[in-house]
Design a protein around this ligand. Structure first.
Ligand SMILES: NC(=O)c1ccc[n+]([C@@H]2O[C@H](COP(=O)([O-])OP(=O)(O)OC[C@H]3O[C@@H](n4cnc5c(N)ncnc54)[C@H](OP(=O)(O)O)[C@@H]3O)[C@@H](O)[C@H]2O)c1
Length: 305
């Protein structure tokens, strides 16, 4: 999702000399393959949007893979960029790097001030190592390596598989299937009261281009909208956009997760970047993309549990 959005943003800004590979063409876990690739291409700028990603279930079932593959991917990319003198490196992490009980909104300086959320600590520890590697190269060699930590993202190419998807695409799919099958009610997990922040992926891509075109002062920046909404409000917004008529039932026996998770975005704002896309508009665009690609998702079995 993120890599293709950045590619679209770069093309629309007139960048032409773009190079990229899928995981089957270049397995970033292989240091040898990555080194060969850098030797041949000598990239001036590297944007690392590759990672092994997934939810709580995947993190707990594949803890070793989440830790090790992410370390391998980012270490290979970062060190080869250093060895082959890439001028700029942009590392993408996630807000799960911050301590579980850090005050809200989350500021960059809260990194490593407390223990992590245990369900995704494998992933978070790898991402923290990536942030620190970029910081160390910056400090020791004065190179322009920077880390961006986005909040929850959504948009075209999101994951709509209900077993592994995040809340926003899962709701789009559930409301759409309820509408198509004339189901009057939709059951959603939890109480609906937690608050979450959502950033449209094209806004993140715009932030990446901003980081590419400007020399930023710090090594680490949060990227978000600075605004959060309750899961209940999100559900009602999506229900209206999808056009489902009926009730929403909250299954309070299912976990809510942390009550609030909001990023402090003042550091990137002070550099001159702000998110532009309103949540309603982003959801409308995501729903349009979902409808265009719906057949693919219908082949995946819906899991209402
Ligand atoms: N989605 C979110 O809500 C969110 C929020 C905050 C931060 N982020 C960050 O954004 C980044 C991208 O996430 P995403 O949502 O775009 O995930 P995604 O859609 O699953 O994309 C991950 C990409 O990584 C590539 N990849 C994985 N293993 C690889 C390997 N061994 N070799 C080469 N490529 C490999 C995949 O390539 P193939 O498709 O070819 O397999 C895929 O293109 C991650 O660093 C994530 O932490 C995402």
């Amino acid at each position: 999702m993120v890599g293709s959005a950045i590619w679209r943003a770069l093309e629309s800004k007139g960048y032409t000399n773009l190079i990229g590979r899928t995981s089957t063409e270049l397995d970033l876990r292989s240091q040898e393959a990555v080194n060969e690739y850098y030797k041949k291409e000598l990239p001036e700028v590297v944007i690392d949007a590759a990672a092994r990603v997934g939810g709580i279930l995947a993190n707990s079932e594949y803890s070793y893979n989440f830790l090790m593959e992410n370390l391998q991917i980012q270490n290979n990319l970062i060190d080869a960029a250093h060895q082959h003198n890439s001028k700029k490196f942009i590392f993408l992490g996630s807000s799960c790097i911050y301590p579980k009980h850090a005050p809200q909104p989350l500021k960059e300086e809260y990194l490593l001030t407390g223990s992590l959320e245990s369900t995704n600590e494998w992933y978070a520890i790898a991402k923290i190592a990536g942030v620190k590697a970029c910081e160390a190269i910056r400090k020791q060699y004065g190179k322009d390596f920077v880390s961006l930590m986005p909040t929850n993202l959504y948009g075209p190419h999101d994951n709509f598989d209900l077993k592994t998807s995040h809340v926003l695409p899962a709701m789009i799919r559930k409301f759409n299937e309820a509408k198509e099958n004339n189901h009057s009610s939709v059951v959603l997990w939890g109480s609906g009261t937690p608050m979450r922040e959502f950033l449209y992926v094209d806004d993140l891509a715009d932030a990446v281009v901003f980081a590419l075109e400007n020399q930023l002062k710090h090594n680490l920046y949060n990227v978000g909208t600075g605004k959060d909404i309750t899961i209940r409000e999100l559900a009602e917004t999506i229900q209206e956009i999808v056009g489902h008529k009926g009730s929403i039932e909250w299954d309070a026996s299912k976990p809510d997760g942390t009550p609030r998770k909001l990023l402090d975005i003042s550091r990137l704002n002070q550099e001159g970047w702000k998110a532009k896309i309103k949540l309603e508009n982003g959801i409308k665009e995501t729903y349009k993309w979902f409808l265009k690609n719906e057949k693919k998702f219908k082949e995946m079995k819906i899991d209402n549990s």
